[in-house]
Design a binder for this molecule. Structure first.
Ligand code: P6P
Length: 330
Protein backbone atom coordinates (compact mmCIF):
# COMPACT_ATOMS: atom_id res chain seq x y z
CA UNK A 1 0.00 0.00 0.00
CA UNK A 2 1.73 3.28 -1.03
CA UNK A 3 2.17 5.75 1.86
CA UNK A 4 -0.83 8.07 2.18
CA UNK A 5 -0.15 11.50 0.71
CA UNK A 6 -2.11 14.22 2.46
CA UNK A 7 -1.70 17.56 0.81
CA UNK A 8 -2.30 20.86 2.53
CA UNK A 9 -5.44 21.45 0.49
CA UNK A 10 -6.86 18.06 1.52
CA UNK A 11 -5.99 18.81 5.15
CA UNK A 12 -7.73 22.18 5.07
CA UNK A 13 -10.87 20.65 3.52
CA UNK A 14 -10.91 17.81 6.07
CA UNK A 15 -10.38 20.29 8.90
CA UNK A 16 -13.22 22.39 7.58
CA UNK A 17 -15.45 19.33 7.19
CA UNK A 18 -14.99 18.84 10.93
CA UNK A 19 -16.23 22.38 11.44
CA UNK A 20 -19.35 22.81 9.32
CA UNK A 21 -19.45 26.47 10.25
CA UNK A 22 -16.29 26.95 8.25
CA UNK A 23 -17.01 27.65 4.63
CA UNK A 24 -15.05 26.28 1.68
CA UNK A 25 -14.12 29.90 1.04
CA UNK A 26 -11.37 29.65 3.60
CA UNK A 27 -9.60 26.78 1.86
CA UNK A 28 -9.95 28.77 -1.40
CA UNK A 29 -8.20 31.69 0.30
CA UNK A 30 -5.46 29.55 1.87
CA UNK A 31 -4.76 27.89 -1.49
CA UNK A 32 -3.80 31.34 -2.83
CA UNK A 33 -1.20 31.64 -0.08
CA UNK A 34 0.19 28.16 -0.66
CA UNK A 35 0.41 28.84 -4.41
CA UNK A 36 2.29 32.09 -3.74
CA UNK A 37 4.74 30.42 -1.37
CA UNK A 38 5.40 27.66 -3.90
CA UNK A 39 6.29 30.33 -6.47
CA UNK A 40 8.46 32.21 -3.94
CA UNK A 41 10.20 28.95 -3.03
CA UNK A 42 11.06 28.41 -6.70
CA UNK A 43 12.57 31.90 -6.88
CA UNK A 44 14.52 31.42 -3.62
CA UNK A 45 15.89 28.10 -4.93
CA UNK A 46 17.19 29.88 -8.05
CA UNK A 47 18.63 32.88 -6.17
CA UNK A 48 22.09 33.49 -7.59
CA UNK A 49 21.34 31.76 -10.87
CA UNK A 50 19.20 34.59 -12.19
CA UNK A 51 19.42 38.28 -11.43
CA UNK A 52 17.19 38.29 -8.33
CA UNK A 53 19.78 38.72 -5.64
CA UNK A 54 20.85 42.01 -4.27
CA UNK A 55 19.21 45.29 -3.57
CA UNK A 56 16.73 47.32 -5.53
CA UNK A 57 18.17 50.61 -4.36
CA UNK A 58 14.80 51.37 -2.70
CA UNK A 59 13.91 51.48 0.99
CA UNK A 60 10.51 50.44 2.38
CA UNK A 61 8.23 52.02 4.94
CA UNK A 62 10.35 50.37 7.61
CA UNK A 63 13.39 52.28 6.34
CA UNK A 64 14.93 48.95 5.33
CA UNK A 65 16.77 48.38 2.06
CA UNK A 66 14.46 46.38 -0.22
CA UNK A 67 15.98 43.27 -1.74
CA UNK A 68 14.85 42.15 -5.20
CA UNK A 69 13.42 38.91 -3.77
CA UNK A 70 11.40 41.01 -1.29
CA UNK A 71 9.63 42.69 -4.18
CA UNK A 72 9.12 39.44 -6.07
CA UNK A 73 7.63 37.82 -2.96
CA UNK A 74 5.41 40.80 -2.22
CA UNK A 75 3.99 41.02 -5.72
CA UNK A 76 3.58 37.24 -5.95
CA UNK A 77 1.43 37.11 -2.81
CA UNK A 78 -0.55 40.21 -3.83
CA UNK A 79 -1.23 38.75 -7.27
CA UNK A 80 -2.30 35.33 -5.97
CA UNK A 81 -4.57 36.87 -3.33
CA UNK A 82 -5.93 39.29 -5.91
CA UNK A 83 -7.56 36.37 -7.72
CA UNK A 84 -9.57 35.50 -4.59
CA UNK A 85 -12.83 37.46 -4.51
CA UNK A 86 -13.20 36.83 -0.78
CA UNK A 87 -10.19 39.00 0.13
CA UNK A 88 -11.08 42.62 0.85
CA UNK A 89 -7.87 44.11 2.21
CA UNK A 90 -4.17 43.15 2.07
CA UNK A 91 -1.50 44.54 4.41
CA UNK A 92 2.17 43.92 3.67
CA UNK A 93 5.37 44.84 5.44
CA UNK A 94 6.56 46.11 2.06
CA UNK A 95 3.60 48.42 1.39
CA UNK A 96 3.27 51.85 3.01
CA UNK A 97 -0.53 51.58 2.88
CA UNK A 98 -3.09 48.74 2.82
CA UNK A 99 -4.24 47.47 -0.57
CA UNK A 100 -8.02 47.67 -0.80
CA UNK A 101 -9.02 44.98 -3.27
CA UNK A 102 -12.72 45.36 -2.48
CA UNK A 103 -14.63 47.21 0.19
CA UNK A 104 -14.98 44.47 2.82
CA UNK A 105 -18.50 43.07 2.77
CA UNK A 106 -20.19 39.71 3.34
CA UNK A 107 -18.34 38.32 0.32
CA UNK A 108 -14.93 40.04 0.52
CA UNK A 109 -14.73 39.33 4.21
CA UNK A 110 -11.05 38.42 4.73
CA UNK A 111 -8.17 40.72 5.61
CA UNK A 112 -4.76 39.14 4.89
CA UNK A 113 -1.65 40.56 6.50
CA UNK A 114 1.82 39.32 5.63
CA UNK A 115 5.54 39.75 5.78
CA UNK A 116 6.36 38.46 2.30
CA UNK A 117 9.98 37.63 2.95
CA UNK A 118 11.16 37.99 6.51
CA UNK A 119 14.88 37.93 7.16
CA UNK A 120 15.60 39.23 3.67
CA UNK A 121 18.94 40.69 4.80
CA UNK A 122 20.05 37.02 4.88
CA UNK A 123 19.08 36.31 1.26
CA UNK A 124 22.50 37.01 -0.27
CA UNK A 125 24.26 34.74 2.21
CA UNK A 126 21.90 31.81 1.72
CA UNK A 127 20.48 31.80 5.25
CA UNK A 128 16.90 30.57 5.82
CA UNK A 129 14.19 33.18 5.21
CA UNK A 130 10.43 33.02 5.47
CA UNK A 131 6.93 34.27 4.74
CA UNK A 132 4.57 35.01 7.65
CA UNK A 133 0.80 35.49 7.25
CA UNK A 134 -2.18 36.39 9.41
CA UNK A 135 -5.86 36.24 8.45
CA UNK A 136 -8.64 38.32 9.99
CA UNK A 137 -12.30 38.66 9.12
CA UNK A 138 -13.87 42.05 8.46
CA UNK A 139 -15.16 43.66 11.63
CA UNK A 140 -18.93 44.07 11.65
CA UNK A 141 -19.99 47.60 12.39
CA UNK A 142 -16.64 49.02 11.42
CA UNK A 143 -16.48 52.65 12.38
CA UNK A 144 -15.79 55.78 10.44
CA UNK A 145 -12.29 54.78 9.43
CA UNK A 146 -13.55 51.48 8.05
CA UNK A 147 -10.32 50.24 6.53
CA UNK A 148 -8.22 50.71 9.67
CA UNK A 149 -11.05 49.42 11.88
CA UNK A 150 -11.01 46.18 9.91
CA UNK A 151 -7.21 45.95 10.12
CA UNK A 152 -6.34 47.10 13.65
CA UNK A 153 -7.82 44.10 15.45
CA UNK A 154 -6.02 42.31 18.32
CA UNK A 155 -4.28 39.05 17.48
CA UNK A 156 -6.88 37.07 19.43
CA UNK A 157 -9.26 37.86 16.54
CA UNK A 158 -7.13 36.06 13.94
CA UNK A 159 -9.00 33.19 12.24
CA UNK A 160 -5.77 31.68 10.90
CA UNK A 161 -2.01 32.23 10.88
CA UNK A 162 1.03 30.56 9.46
CA UNK A 163 4.53 30.78 8.14
CA UNK A 164 6.67 29.21 5.44
CA UNK A 165 10.40 28.72 5.96
CA UNK A 166 12.58 28.50 2.84
CA UNK A 167 15.50 26.41 4.06
CA UNK A 168 17.02 23.00 3.34
CA UNK A 169 13.40 22.23 2.55
CA UNK A 170 10.35 24.47 2.24
CA UNK A 171 8.10 23.91 5.25
CA UNK A 172 4.73 25.46 6.07
CA UNK A 173 3.11 25.54 9.50
CA UNK A 174 -0.40 26.88 9.97
CA UNK A 175 -3.24 26.97 12.45
CA UNK A 176 -6.94 27.80 12.20
CA UNK A 177 -7.30 27.52 15.96
CA UNK A 178 -7.52 23.73 15.93
CA UNK A 179 -3.85 22.97 16.56
CA UNK A 180 -0.66 23.53 14.55
CA UNK A 181 0.01 21.41 11.48
CA UNK A 182 3.18 21.21 9.39
CA UNK A 183 3.80 20.40 5.73
CA UNK A 184 6.89 19.99 3.57
CA UNK A 185 6.87 21.04 -0.07
CA UNK A 186 7.52 17.93 -2.17
CA UNK A 187 9.32 19.24 -5.30
CA UNK A 188 8.48 16.01 -7.13
CA UNK A 189 4.75 16.76 -7.04
CA UNK A 190 4.80 20.52 -6.34
CA UNK A 191 2.53 20.10 -3.32
CA UNK A 192 2.86 20.63 0.43
CA UNK A 193 2.58 17.22 2.12
CA UNK A 194 1.52 16.74 5.74
CA UNK A 195 4.48 15.81 7.97
CA UNK A 196 3.13 16.57 11.49
CA UNK A 197 -0.29 17.29 13.02
CA UNK A 198 -1.17 18.93 16.33
CA UNK A 199 2.41 19.94 17.07
CA UNK A 200 3.15 20.63 20.73
CA UNK A 201 6.09 22.88 21.63
CA UNK A 202 8.30 21.25 24.32
CA UNK A 203 7.19 22.57 27.74
CA UNK A 204 10.69 23.89 28.32
CA UNK A 205 14.01 23.98 26.54
CA UNK A 206 17.50 25.11 27.42
CA UNK A 207 17.98 27.32 24.40
CA UNK A 208 17.67 31.07 24.37
CA UNK A 209 17.68 33.03 21.14
CA UNK A 210 18.60 36.71 21.25
CA UNK A 211 21.02 39.14 19.62
CA UNK A 212 23.34 39.54 22.60
CA UNK A 213 25.26 42.35 20.86
CA UNK A 214 22.45 44.61 22.13
CA UNK A 215 22.74 43.36 25.72
CA UNK A 216 23.84 46.76 27.14
CA UNK A 217 20.65 48.32 25.68
CA UNK A 218 18.26 45.72 27.12
CA UNK A 219 16.16 46.36 30.26
CA UNK A 220 18.12 45.43 33.41
CA UNK A 221 15.91 42.42 34.14
CA UNK A 222 16.63 40.97 30.69
CA UNK A 223 20.37 41.41 31.24
CA UNK A 224 20.00 39.58 34.55
CA UNK A 225 18.13 36.73 32.80
CA UNK A 226 20.95 36.43 30.25
CA UNK A 227 23.53 36.35 33.06
CA UNK A 228 21.50 33.68 34.92
CA UNK A 229 21.24 31.50 31.80
CA UNK A 230 25.05 31.29 31.74
CA UNK A 231 25.34 30.05 35.34
CA UNK A 232 25.91 26.44 36.36
CA UNK A 233 22.69 26.68 38.40
CA UNK A 234 20.74 27.26 35.16
CA UNK A 235 21.88 23.86 33.97
CA UNK A 236 23.55 24.46 30.63
CA UNK A 237 21.62 26.81 28.34
CA UNK A 238 22.77 27.18 24.75
CA UNK A 239 22.45 30.25 22.55
CA UNK A 240 21.09 29.90 19.03
CA UNK A 241 20.46 33.02 16.95
CA UNK A 242 20.03 32.89 13.17
CA UNK A 243 18.86 36.47 12.78
CA UNK A 244 15.87 35.34 10.70
CA UNK A 245 12.71 35.39 12.82
CA UNK A 246 10.97 32.57 10.99
CA UNK A 247 14.02 30.29 11.34
CA UNK A 248 14.55 31.13 15.02
CA UNK A 249 10.85 30.59 15.72
CA UNK A 250 10.66 27.34 13.72
CA UNK A 251 13.51 25.88 15.80
CA UNK A 252 11.86 27.09 19.03
CA UNK A 253 8.51 25.55 18.02
CA UNK A 254 10.13 22.16 17.40
CA UNK A 255 12.84 22.00 20.09
CA UNK A 256 11.58 24.41 22.77
CA UNK A 257 13.37 27.29 24.48
CA UNK A 258 12.70 30.99 24.11
CA UNK A 259 13.26 33.69 21.48
CA UNK A 260 13.41 37.25 22.66
CA UNK A 261 13.69 40.63 21.01
CA UNK A 262 13.51 43.14 23.89
CA UNK A 263 13.41 46.92 23.52
CA UNK A 264 16.71 48.59 22.51
CA UNK A 265 17.75 52.24 22.22
CA UNK A 266 17.44 51.89 18.41
CA UNK A 267 14.04 50.17 18.75
CA UNK A 268 12.51 51.33 22.07
CA UNK A 269 9.25 49.49 21.28
CA UNK A 270 11.04 46.45 19.94
CA UNK A 271 11.97 45.81 16.29
CA UNK A 272 9.46 43.19 15.22
CA UNK A 273 6.08 44.11 13.74
CA UNK A 274 2.93 43.31 15.69
CA UNK A 275 0.36 42.75 12.95
CA UNK A 276 2.18 40.44 10.56
CA UNK A 277 5.06 38.99 12.57
CA UNK A 278 4.33 38.79 16.32
CA UNK A 279 0.56 38.12 16.08
CA UNK A 280 0.68 35.17 13.67
CA UNK A 281 3.64 33.54 15.42
CA UNK A 282 2.00 34.13 18.82
CA UNK A 283 -1.16 32.33 17.67
CA UNK A 284 0.92 29.39 16.47
CA UNK A 285 2.97 29.36 19.70
CA UNK A 286 -0.15 29.32 21.90
CA UNK A 287 -1.89 26.72 19.74
CA UNK A 288 1.22 24.56 20.25
CA UNK A 289 1.04 25.04 24.04
CA UNK A 290 3.66 27.79 24.21
CA UNK A 291 3.38 31.48 25.11
CA UNK A 292 4.09 34.88 23.55
CA UNK A 293 4.27 38.26 25.28
CA UNK A 294 5.86 41.65 24.84
CA UNK A 295 7.55 41.19 28.22
CA UNK A 296 4.49 42.52 30.00
CA UNK A 297 1.30 41.44 28.26
CA UNK A 298 0.09 38.63 25.99
CA UNK A 299 0.83 39.50 22.37
CA UNK A 300 -2.63 38.36 21.24
CA UNK A 301 -4.31 40.84 23.61
CA UNK A 302 -2.45 43.89 22.31
CA UNK A 303 -4.76 46.31 20.51
CA UNK A 304 -2.85 47.68 17.51
CA UNK A 305 -2.85 51.43 16.94
CA UNK A 306 -0.99 51.62 13.63
CA UNK A 307 -0.33 49.47 10.57
CA UNK A 308 3.40 48.89 11.00
CA UNK A 309 3.44 49.02 14.80
CA UNK A 310 6.46 47.37 16.41
CA UNK A 311 6.58 45.31 19.58
CA UNK A 312 9.01 43.56 21.87
CA UNK A 313 8.67 39.80 21.72
CA UNK A 314 9.29 36.95 24.12
CA UNK A 315 8.01 33.73 22.54
CA UNK A 316 8.55 30.02 23.15
CA UNK A 317 8.02 27.33 25.76
CA UNK A 318 5.66 28.53 28.44
CA UNK A 319 8.10 27.79 31.30
CA UNK A 320 10.90 29.64 29.50
CA UNK A 321 8.75 32.69 28.75
CA UNK A 322 7.66 32.79 32.39
CA UNK A 323 11.29 32.53 33.49
CA UNK A 324 12.22 35.57 31.38
CA UNK A 325 9.28 37.42 32.96
CA UNK A 326 10.47 36.49 36.45
CA UNK A 327 13.66 38.45 35.83
CA UNK A 328 12.22 41.20 33.61
CA UNK A 329 9.39 42.09 35.96
CA UNK A 330 11.42 41.70 39.16
P1 P6P B 1 18.79 41.96 14.38
C1 P6P B 1 15.23 40.33 9.98
O1 P6P B 1 15.70 41.59 9.49
C2 P6P B 1 14.38 40.61 11.20
O2 P6P B 1 13.31 41.44 10.89
C3 P6P B 1 13.90 39.30 11.79
O3 P6P B 1 13.73 38.31 10.83
C4 P6P B 1 15.00 38.94 12.78
O4 P6P B 1 14.53 38.20 13.88
C5 P6P B 1 15.49 40.31 13.24
O5 P6P B 1 15.18 41.24 12.19
C6 P6P B 1 16.98 40.33 13.46
O6 P6P B 1 17.29 41.61 13.97
O7 P6P B 1 18.68 43.35 14.99
O8 P6P B 1 19.21 40.92 15.41
O9 P6P B 1 19.62 41.90 13.12
Amino acid sequence: MPPRIQTLEQHILETQRAHPAASGEFSWLLSAITLATRIISAHVRRAGLVDILGETGKTNVQGEIVQKLDLIANETIATCLGYRDNVGIMVSEEDDEPRILKEPDERAKYIVLFDPLDGSSNIDVNVSIGTIFSILQRRDGAGANKVMDHILQPGNRQIAAGYVIYSSSTVMAYTTGQGVHMFTLDPAIGAFRLIREHIKMPAQGKTYSVNEAYRPQFPKGVQEYLDWAKTEQAGGYGLRYIGSLVADFHRTLLTGGVFLYPPTQKAPKGKLRLLYEANPLALIAEQAGGAATDGKQRILDKVPTSLHERTSLVIGSKAEVERVHSFWRA
